[in-house]
Each structure stands twice: as C-alpha cells, then as structure tokens.
Design a protein around this ligand. Structure first.
Ligand SMILES: [Zn+2]
Length: 307
C-alpha cells in the first residue's frame, strides 16, 4: 500500500548530528529502510530551523538543511528521487520513493522575500508560514495575540500562488488560517488533528476543516500523541477516532497523514517509527474499504498537489 507522508523532521536530526546515516540509522524514527519496508512512496522532508538559533544564523541553517536534503537524502541513496509535481510522482519506478522538500515556518527569511525566493530555488513544494510563535509573516498557533497575516505575509502568500506552492496552515494562528483561506490558491494542513477530539491549539476546529474541504484542500492527521489525546498517551485507535470525525465532516476525500516522525519524542503506541506503519494500515483496513484506505494513505494528498 503506497503511503504519502506529508511531514517529518528527519532533516533537523541530520542537521543536528552529522553522524546519523539516513539509510538505516536506529536513531531516526523515519529512516530510508523503514520507509521502503512500509511502502512510503512519498515523504515530505521539512526544513525546520530550531528557534533557539541566533537570528542571523537562521537563513544559513535553512540553506544548510536544503543542502543536506540534496546531498544526504536524494544524493547518496539509490532509489530515492526528488519530486516536485504529480508528473514526477507518476514517473517513479516501482522500487523508487519520492522525496519532497518543504519549509516549516518562515522565521528564517525575516521580512526578506528574496530569501524565500532563494529557498524556493532549492525545489521546495510547500511552505508553512509559521511555527508556534510570531514571525514577520503571521502569528503561530501558540502566540497569545493570535494575529493574522501581516502585509509581508500577504506578499509571501502571493509568491506561493505565483509559484504554485502549497501554503501550509499547520502551526498557524486561527486568524492567520482564515486569511490564508481567503488569499491562498493552494492551502493545505500538513500535520494537524481535530480540535473537537483533542483541544490543543495546534489542532483544527470543525469550521476550519470544513473550510479546507470547501477549498478542495487536504489535511494530514499527525501522530503526535498530545494532539491525539489530551492525556498525552495515544494509540492507533485515537488516530482512527480523529479520522472518523473528519470524515463525518465530509473530509473523506480530503484527509491524509503527516507523521511528524523525528519531530516527536513520545510516539503513538505501536506506531513508534516508519517501520510500524503497517500497524496503522491494518487498522484502517479493518474499518474502511480498500479504496478509502488508498485515498487516505496516498491519493488524497497526491491529488491536491498544486502542480
Ligand atoms: Zn510541526
């Protein structure tokens, strides 16, 4: 079963520890071997620049992570190919996996649109506007003021429209979300769950999910335990609970997955790494038809790629 995983933080781990080998390191929740064995056909690799870095280091770090993507993810490994479009995905051979480069948060560009253009030049397919806090583009989900897009943020969204790039609303404030729904041609949420089923500011409320459906967009449910269950302990049944709920809102053709592997320490029970994807697939197959499962795991995401 082909899997499209809309978010992982493998690049952050490779950036922080140059000795980790993407191929099969046990220090990665999502290494190449695990992805291949589980049928991950498309993996998004996020550039997430740690917020603790000095401000004048942020952009260099983002460029370094893009270089790690090109050298260590797609450069050194046979059978993994940088993809940017649906056509690129269709061209993948049976034994090949596609890798997409994404940006998680625009903190690293400050208020310089040229820096975003430079990063897009590395072949980025999706841009998340914020992480959890405020930046020059908008406020993040945990920023108490919760402001929407700034004038510079609107310029960023225009550039994403022009370049047919996904505008990722995961991590964005609620007001920012509604601004994006109004202005972005290609909104999506890479790794967020249902707020109705777990009241966390990173999750999406029902009217936000309905808005994504109206915009013919897609959301990726994520395996972060404390976005699945307020107790912070989660099992695969919690993922299914969120899936059932978003489907009841009409998202059956608008929902996929964004694991957040390597961005989390605590994991979902029986889903601690890419090797264990099959446990999720088996549970899905018990509750949904083969076509529905194919759509959740791959096609709903693939269909919504901007190009
Ligand atoms: Zn994230």
């Amino acid at each position: 079963m082909n899997i499209f995983d809309a978010h992982c933080d493998v690049l952050l781990k490779l950036f922080e520890d140059k000795t980790i080998d993407f191929k099969d390191s046990p220090r990665l929740q999502a290494n190449f071997d695990g992805m291949q064995k589980s049928g991950v056909k498309l993996q998004c690799f996020a550039i997430y620049v740690p917020s603790e870095l000095e401000e004048d280091r942020l952009f260099d770090a983002a460029e370094e992570m893009a270089t790690i993507f090109h050298q260590k993810i797609v450069g050194e490994n046979e059978g993994i190919v940088h993809v940017k479009t649906r056509e690129d995905i269709a061209r993948l051979k049976d034994n090949e996996m596609g890798a997409m480069l994404t940006l998680e948060g625009c903190d690293c560009i400050g208020s310089d649109i040229e820096k975003l253009k430079t990063l897009l030049g590395y072949g980025i397919s999706s841009v998340g506007l914020t992480w959890n806090w405020a930046n020059a583009v908008a406020d993040g989900a945990k920023e108490p003021q919760g402001r929407g897009l700034t004038p510079f943020g609107k310029e960023v969204v225009e550039l994403l429209n022009e370049t047919k790039t996904w505008c990722d609303v995961s991590h964005l404030s609620e007001r920012g979300f509604w601004d994006v729904i109004e202005l972005a041609d290609y909104p999506m949420a890479s790794h967020s769950n249902s707020h109705t089923h777990c009241r966390h500011p990173r999750n999406l409320k029902d009217d936000q999910i309905r808005a994504l459906i109206r915009r013919d967009s897609v959301m990726g449910l994520t395996f972060v335990p404390y976005f699945l269950n307020e107790s912070g302990e989660a099992g695969i049944s919690d993922i299914l609970r969120h899936l059932d709920h978003v489907c009841s809102l009409g998202a059956e053709d608008h929902v996929g997955f964004g694991s957040d592997f390597d961005g989390i320490e605590k994991t979902v029970d029986r889903l601690s790494s890419a090797y264990e994807y099959s446990n999720l697939v088996n549970e899905l197959q018990k509750h949904y038809s083969e076509i529905q499962v194919e759509n959740f795991l791959f096609k709903n995401m693939e269909k919504r790629l901007p190009k």
